[in-house]
Design a protein. Structure first.
Length: 190
């Protein structure tokens, strides 16, 4: 009888621990991995990072130069259940077991916020008429466009730091705030 109580107590502790860990990963902080070279020289392929997901819950607009993780499937509406199922389907453990999975989450830097007008001239980003000084980019940007982009309400415009090797808002358009999964906090040392 005593052994049964011990086992029940131990199982209860394990189950509660798993539930708490899942709640943290789903709603607060999540480990993830950088896949690709689009954020070099800031982050590199294979870096393990922790993201803060609280701004996703409140749909808070990230600040300029924040590094964020986005859901690149901007053509589809993101539902609340995605916040629960995505961390279970697309995480470091599943990636290790199944190998490479669909690359739907991108790590990028916020360049434009709602209402901003962006232009791309002479290898520079111009935001609201001011040329951005971007010490974090890998090399001068080759991309240019005559188009002016106005960032809609409840959206952001993101780009990789390796501008010449990055799929970002230049390809998929502005990112709805509910597609901003989280904000980069720090890189793990392993």
């Amino acid at each position: 009888m005593k052994i049964l109580r011990e086992i029940t107590s131990w199982l209860g502790t394990v189950i509660i621990s798993i539930i708490v860990a899942l709640l943290i990963i789903i709603f607060l902080f999540q480990p993830t991995s950088v896949d690709g070279h689009s954020m070099e020289n800031t982050l590199h392929n294979g870096n393990k990072i922790i993201i803060n997901k609280t701004q996703n819950i409140f749909h808070k607009v990230p600040n300029y130069e924040d590094i964020v993780v986005i859901d690149s499937r901007v053509e589809r509406e993101r539902k609340f259940m995605d916040n629960i199922t995505d961390p279970l389907k697309y995480n470091l453990i599943v990636t290790k077991i199944r190998g490479s999975i669909d690359e739907i989450f991108w790590v990028k830097r916020v360049i434009g916020r709602p209402g901003d007008v962006l232009e791309f001239k002479d290898g520079k980003v111009v935001r609201n008429g001011t040329v951005l000084e971007e010490s974090y980019i890998k090399e001068p940007m080759l991309y240019q466009s005559d188009e002016k982009i106005t960032v809609p309400e409840k959206n952001v415009f993101v780009m990789g730091d390796n501008r010449n090797d990055s799929k970002d808002s230049r390809v998929i358009g502005c990112i709805p705030l509910d597609h901003v999964i989280g904000k980069y906090l720090f890189k793990l040392g392993f």
